[in-house]
Design a protein around this ligand. Structure first.
Ligand code: SF4
Length: 325
């Protein structure tokens, strides 16, 4: 059985829809996603399970959770009911219009138990969001005494070197800071190369022969990230570093059927080699000669199943992860 026995700290993804389509987004969020938010009853189901597994704090992420602040208040209230602390809400500041309206949002969040905003500060977000909004939101947080968790200050000076009235493309950063700028972001940001981030950086990754990837294959241990897991608005457990998979959290508590979630199970127990065997046998997958590592092979198979064959598989959801990359 696929089972989780304890969870320490993680995130609740209230929505995948976002105002931006950042190139480093491992969740492949974008404006194209449906306008779905976590319902209060789903929040209740999730918080009850989290509490039973020993998890007493979560952060709220997306997508952009504050696209429609009213839609997440029910989730905040439910967390409070279960004595689950909200560590912070992640936001990209795109919703900032003026101080008065931002103050109203921040005060509403405070009255629902939120004391900290994680505010995105990086060149990827700056392709969509002018820096003045980020600065103004930080200022407004200070006025209402909302804590700010800046992610990441490392990039402040780079972004501030540009005109803060408009967004700036990575090409502009490259012209200002040099050809290596986008590649250097890999380590400076500590990117998780999944979803759209993988698509962005795949061309610069070293290629490996298919056979070598299989020889080096190890179980991916998707269920082991107890400190930075996510649960999404559909109630699915999202492994620590691998979005695009879905097993309902409530099933994982009592043991989910490995036969029902065979894709997930193959990776959990045997790694990408297990997935290849399954995909060749069940879905007619034909491997290529080389890939940019095991995750490239994994995504190639998952894309083949979801986009190529159009299959509606229980463990490869939400499909938007593949469609809107
Ligand atoms: S091979 Fe697949 S499941 Fe394993 S780490 Fe890479 S993307 Fe995640």
């Amino acid at each position: 059985m696929l089972r989780i026995r304890s969870l320490v700290s993680g995130g609740i993804i209230t929505n995948y829809k976002c105002s931006s389509k950042c190139r480093h987004c491992s969740y492949s969020s974008s404006p194209k996603w449906p306008d779905d938010y976590m319902t209060p009853s789903m929040a209740d189901e999730i918080c009850s399970v989290l509490k039973s597994l020993g998890c007493y704090s979560v952060h709220i992420g997306g997508g952009e959770p504050l696209l429609k602040p009213d839609k997440i208040l029910g989730v905040l209230d439910t967390a409070k009911k279960y004595n689950i602390d909200i560590e912070y809400i992640e936001t990209n500041a795109s919703w900032y219009k003026d101080e008065a309206s931002a103050k109203a949002v921040l005060k509403e969040l405070q009255s629902h138990g939120v004391n900290t905003l994680l505010i995105s500060i990086d060149p990827f977000h700056n392709e969509y969001i002018p820096f003045w909004k980020v600065k103004a939101l930080i200022r407004t947080c200070s006025v209402v005494k909302m804590n700010v968790f800046p992610w990441l200050m490392e990039f402040w000076d780079d972004i501030d070197a540009m005109d803060d009235k408009s967004p700036h493309s990575l090409d502009e950063y490259t012209r200002l800071f040099g050809q290596d700028y986008p590649v250097n972001l890999l380590n400076r940001y500590g990117l998780n190369l999944k979803g759209r981030a993988f698509k962005t950086y795949r061309p610069v990754l070293r290629k490996q022969p298919y056979e070598q990837i299989l020889e080096e294959s190890r179980p991916c241990k998707l269920l082991s990230g107890v400190y930075h897991f996510h649960v999404d608005l559909y109630g699915n457990f999202i492994p620590q570093s691998c979005p695009g998979f879905s097993v309902p959290l409530k099933e994982l508590v009592n043991g989910a059927d490995p036969g029902k979630y065979s894709i997930f199970n193959s990776l959990e127990t045997a790694g990408v080699k297990g997935l290849v065997e399954l995909a060749k046998k069940e879905y007619g997958y034909i491997p290529k000669n080389e890939y940019a590592g095991k995750c490239d092979l994994c995504y190639d198979i998952r894309n083949h199943l979801v986009l190529g064959l159009g299959l509606d598989l229980p463990d490869l959801k939400p499909q938007g992860h593949y469609r809107y990359v």
